[in-house]
Design a protein around this ligand. Sequence first.
Ligand code: GAR
Length: 187
Amino acid sequence: MLNRKIVILFSGEGSNLLNIIEKLHNKELEVVAAITNRPDAGGIAKARAHHIPVDIIDHKKYADRESFDRALLKQVRSYAPDLVVLAGFMRILTPVITQNIKAINVHPSLLPLFKGGNAIRESFESSEPTGGISIHWVSNELDGGEIIAQESFQKEAGETLESFTAKIRALEHKLLPETIVQILKAL
Ligand code: GAR
């Protein structure tokens, strides 16, 4: 096992969070905490079931993005992680975070196509023959940091939003853990 610590940020169902925990926690690395901005996030129960500490920092309780980001930064730093992984963390981040933590993000499109929070639907409905995912460094530009890894698949005849989404999740569940391990080994 690598002597490395990660913190995972999430906002929703947490399938990537759970996948990272199941594949890597106490094997390749230690997931020291999971932090969410949504008190109703499905991932909370998934992390707690694996005894991962979960912090809820509700963005609605903060007056602006900077004050939320300051609270998030303080919490992240308290764990002294080697790497922060954004796994479905649906917040626009300010330089308070982006300039002060080493973080990667998984995004459900072939960046630079379809940046933003509606990437799966936009990519599915577009005339592009392929869908895919990207893992990139978090920078000041939303979904614009340097790309670390990408994988794609062909849209098939009869593809539905559900089947398209399932292919994206399957790729994310393969590529994100692989990329995390690769980055931590190189540190
Ligand atoms: C993932 O598909 C991830 O790529 C996407 O949210 C989903 C979270 O699923 N992230 C973004 O769209 C970021 N802009 P999960 O909660 O089941 O891991």
